[in-house]
Design a protein around this ligand. Structure first.
Ligand code: HEC
Ligand code: HEC
Ligand code: HEC
Ligand code: HEC
Ligand code: HEC
Ligand code: HEC
Length: 301
């Protein structure tokens, strides 16, 4: 998670130069230490340096640039090694070279991206990529600021010290991670209909039957180590489920044990955390509403 943004002078993992064709326009993105984007509609073309690459490429990457003093989000994103560049779902229709380049945005919009992808780079209205901490650094979760934001919501105060989020309850931690991953309350306010709510892991998890706001076996960091890249092997998660669902063989049965699966004893998430594609985003989410997902029934909001 530390590489939630990449500075233009740093080579991006996986690719150096990519092209994409859209009608008469050709896009070229260079990420070879002199990051730039070019859009060409021969004989005309615009080239601008990339100001910052958003995303580590775990799911996708987007590019922010400045053109004639204004901020733009480039119309193409990097999707994956296999798919290369693709058109951003919100890209402008392209009646001109300038519109083809990307969508124009306010400086506030740019600061919002930094708010979740590199909060410490922003001081007031200024974004400083050189002198201030870059990316989702340790301070984001361990600094005094992190403590303040997390506990204000929960209506509590801790002694000022190096903040250890390990002391949070499952509910407090869900709100803490939810600052950037969308809290359950924030998602409830949107009155979610359909698959869109899966982007809020806190909302989905808290509305699953496994949820218990005081049980450390179901908090975010029971399954994710924020200091390591996400684990992509389904079988690796079995042991976390079995902390509660192993009946009398559970490791923590003293606390409380839940029902045992009548169907299988391994690969739990492949059936109970179905993958969901959200329209207009390239990310396929694992639904954190842990459940018996029955084919043919409506998606539970
Ligand atoms: C300051 C904002 C912020 C906070 C706080 C935060 N995250 Fe994230 N997280 C992000 C961003 C941005 C990404 C995607 C960027 C990337 O892939 O590097 C991400 C990605 C992830 C991923 C998936 C991809 C990966 O690279 O590992 C997991 C899992 C995750 N976060 C878990 C957590 C947990 C658990 C917490 C709470 C302990 C948390 N996050 C708190 C911003 C945040
Ligand atoms: C409220 C917090 C938040 C804001 C604001 C935000 N993001 Fe993100 N972004 C995330 C999180 C969290 C993820 C990880 C995927 C997930 O769980 O949704 C992410 C993922 C991404 C990714 C994919 C990262 C990867 O490693 O593959 C890109 C690209 C991205 N965001 C771009 C942007 C841009 C551009 C903006 C500004 C318009 C922005 N984000 C604003 C929280 C945020
Ligand atoms: C996304 C949030 C997040 C980020 C970023 C993060 N941590 Fe943590 N850290 C946690 C959480 C949550 C815990 C408690 C749960 C655990 O141990 O995994 C923790 C625990 C720790 C602990 C153990 C503390 C104890 O008393 O047991 C250390 C040490 C630590 N982190 C160091 C770091 C360092 C160094 C960095 C930067 C390289 C970092 N962390 C970045 C969330 C984060
Ligand atoms: C903190 C303990 C805990 C953890 C961890 C946990 N569960 Fe649960 N789960 C429960 C409880 C309690 C229930 C509700 C009563 C029961 O089924 O025993 C439940 C219910 C379920 C149900 C039935 C849901 C329904 O809609 O009828 C499934 C399926 C399930 N869990 C699967 C899993 C899987 C898979 C994992 C790991 C990804 C997991 N659980 C992790 C405690 C937990
Ligand atoms: C019971 C285990 C479990 C718990 C608890 C859990 N997750 Fe996950 N999470 C997973 C699994 C499994 C994946 C998919 C891993 C893969 O890609 O193979 C995942 C994926 C993610 C991702 C990547 C995007 C996505 O949704 O697929 C993010 C971000 C994330 N989790 C954040 C969180 C946050 C925040 C919390 C706490 C509210 C949380 N998780 C609690 C098991 C868990
Ligand atoms: C091949 C798909 C599959 C896998 C893998 C799987 N399950 Fe299930 N599970 C099901 C189905 C289907 C049901 C519903 C059975 C029924 O209602 O008769 C179910 C039911 C459950 C229930 C509800 C039981 C009850 O009595 O309410 C729990 C809890 C559960 N599974 C947990 C798990 C855990 C934990 C794992 C991993 C050790 C796991 N499942 C692996 C398909 C699966």
């Amino acid at each position: 998670m530390g590489r939630s943004m990449i500075r233009p002078q740093e080579p991006a993992p996986g690719h150096r130069q990519l092209s994409f064709k859209r009608d008469s326009y050709t896009y070229t993105v260079r990420l070879d230490g002199h990051a730039s984007v070019t859009v060409e509609d021969a004989p005309d073309k615009i080239t601008e340096p990339i100001f910052v690459v958003v995303g580590a490429g775990e799911f996708f990457q987007s590019y922010l640039i400045r053109h004639n003093g204004a901020a733009y989000r480039v119309a193409v994103d990097y999707l994956s090694k296999e798919h290369g560049l693709g058109l951003d779902a919100e890209a402008d229709p392209a009646p001109s070279l300038e519109k083809a380049l990307g969508r124009r945005h306010s400086e506030k919009y740019v600061r919002e991206c930094f708010g979740c992808h590199s909060p410490a780079s922003v001081a007031g209205e200024e974004i400083d990529l050189v002198h201030r901490p870059f990316g989702n650094t340790c301070e984001v979760c361990h600094g005094p600021g992190a403590q303040h934001v997390a506990l204000e919501r929960a209506g509590k105060r801790l002694e000022p010290a190096i903040f250890n989020p390990g002391h949070l309850s499952a509910k407090e931690e869900s709100d803490f991670c939810g600052q950037c991953h969308t809290t359950a309350d924030a998602m409830r306010e949107q009155k979610p209909q359909g698959v869109q709510s899966v982007i809020s892991e806190p909302y989905r998890l808290e509305t699953s039957r496994c949820w218990n706001p005081g049980d450390p076996r179901i908090r975010c960091t029971a399954c994710h180590d924020p200091h390591q890249p996400i684990v992509r092997k389904p079988a690796a998660y079995d042991r976390y489920c079995l902390k509660c669902h192993a009946g009398s063989k559970g490791q923590d049965v003293a606390v409380k044990s839940a029902n045992v699966c009548p169907v299988k004893t391994s690969g739990c998430i492949t059936c109970h955390m179905p993958q969901v594609a959200v329209p207009d985003t390239p990310i396929v989410y694992f639904d954190h509403r842990i459940r018996v997902a029955t084919v043919g029934t409506a998606f539970p909001n």
